[in-house]
Design a protein around this ligand. Structure first.
Ligand SMILES: CC(C)(COP(=O)(O)OP(=O)(O)OC[C@H]1O[C@@H](n2cnc3c(N)ncnc32)[C@H](O)[C@@H]1OP(=O)(O)O)[C@@H](O)C(=O)NCCC(=O)NCCSC(=O)C[C@H](O)C(=O)O
Ligand SMILES: [Mg+2]
Length: 295
């Protein structure tokens, strides 16, 4: 499976499409990506205005290296199809589809995107936030095998998962661990990136930090956020550390030595390293370089 192109996605901030001030701020915040939301953050009577504002903001550009993602309402709502056509015409980096529960939904959205003239660069991201999505997660991820479906990233919707399952937000997220982990596994099996869900505690710095660390350790590429105060923690925790980059470079260099050319395993600084560690190291270095290139 072709891996997703390497792109830092440490911090991806939601902002309501109806909030003009927030949309303006999107161009200045130190985030890897922004999600301009038409769904849950927007009240029903503000949906049409939000759709226009978000379309105009995407067309106006000025987001620099930030990835720009538009979240639509579901196709089973009165707004979904108009949202999708408007987003396809505006051409963001990706369109985020809520409450995807089956591969057929991915195929349908991708087909409407293409019919509506979405540019080739506009990818499809799928929210994983329903019990059925968890039960069908492998089949949904497998939709990425057909390039016509444009699927490149999963985003966990832990608020909706809590609502639908009645699981509680315990500090350690024990009730969510299986859903988080099986989603990471499915994403990796089919070459997708995957972002962790939001942390609702805007002023709870230590809680946010712990949840970012847990998400990173589970394998997520980054965290979706709801407030600018959460950006710095996500950027720091989802970036490779200096010792990790140094260690990765040392492994790569060791396998590049002529005397190690035919070896599958080596001892380096008292540790066994294999060629798979060199492959992992190349990814760490590539992410670190991409972050550094952002300045
Ligand atoms: C939660 C908020 C409504 C809080 O807003 P507010 O009370 O205005 O916050 P502050 O006064 O602390 O704001 C300080 C400044 O920061 C700007 N701001 C705040 N939030 C954002 C943001 N998300 N993006 C950009 N800028 C933001 C304010 O404008 C202030 O700026 P300034 O005027 O210069 O001082 C608000 O934070 C908010 O709306 N957050 C996003 C909510 C959202 O998008 N929710 C939907 C996604 S979460 C979800 O449901 C995921 C998934 O579907 C699931 O199921 O889990
Ligand atoms: Mg949701």
């Amino acid at each position: 499976m072709t891996p997703t192109a390497i792109r830092p996605r440490r911090s991806v901030l939601y902002m309501p499409g109806s909030n003009a001030r927030a949309l303006e701020k999107a161009r200045t915040l130190d985030v890897d990506g922004v999600i301009l939301d038409l769904e849950d953050a927007v009240a029903p009577d503000a949906k049409a205005t939000a759709r226009e504002q978000v379309g105009a903001a995407i067309r106006a550009g000025g987001f620099g290296s930030r990835e720009v993602v538009g979240r639509i309402n579901g196709l089973d709502t009165p707004w979904g199809e108009d949202d999708l056509k408007a987003m396809a015409a505006a051409g963001p980096d990706a369109i985020l589809v809520p409450k995807v529960s089956s591969p057929a939904q991915v195929v349908r959205v991708a087909s409407i995107m293409s019919q509506a003239g979405a540019p080739e660069h506009t990818r499809l991201w799928a929210m994983v936030e329903t019990p059925l999505a968890i039960l069908n997660i492998q089949a949904i991820a497998a939709a990425a095998a057909d390039p016509a479906n444009r699927l490149t990233c999963f985003v966990m919707g832990t608020n909706d998962l809590a609502k639908e399952t009645r699981a509680r937000f315990t500090g350690d997220r024990l009730p969510f661990l299986h859903w988080l982990s099986v989603s990471v596994t499915a994403a990796r099996a089919y070459g997708l990136d995957i972002l962790d869900g939001v942390f609702n505690g805007i002023t709870d710095e230590s809680g946010l930090q712990a949840e970012c660390e847990q998400g990173r350790d589970l394998g997520f590429d980054g965290k979706t956020l709801i407030h600018p105060s959460q950006i710095a923690a996500a950027n720091a925790i989802f970036a490779p550390t200096a010792p990790e980059v140094e260690w990765s470079r040392a492994i790569i260099a060791a396998f590049d030595l002529p005397e190690n050319r035919d070896k599958g395993a080596l001892q380096l600084n008292g540790k066994m390293v294999e060629r798979l560690h060199a492959e992992m190291g190349k990814r760490v270095v590539a992410i670190a370089d991409a972050i550094a290139a952002r300045g």
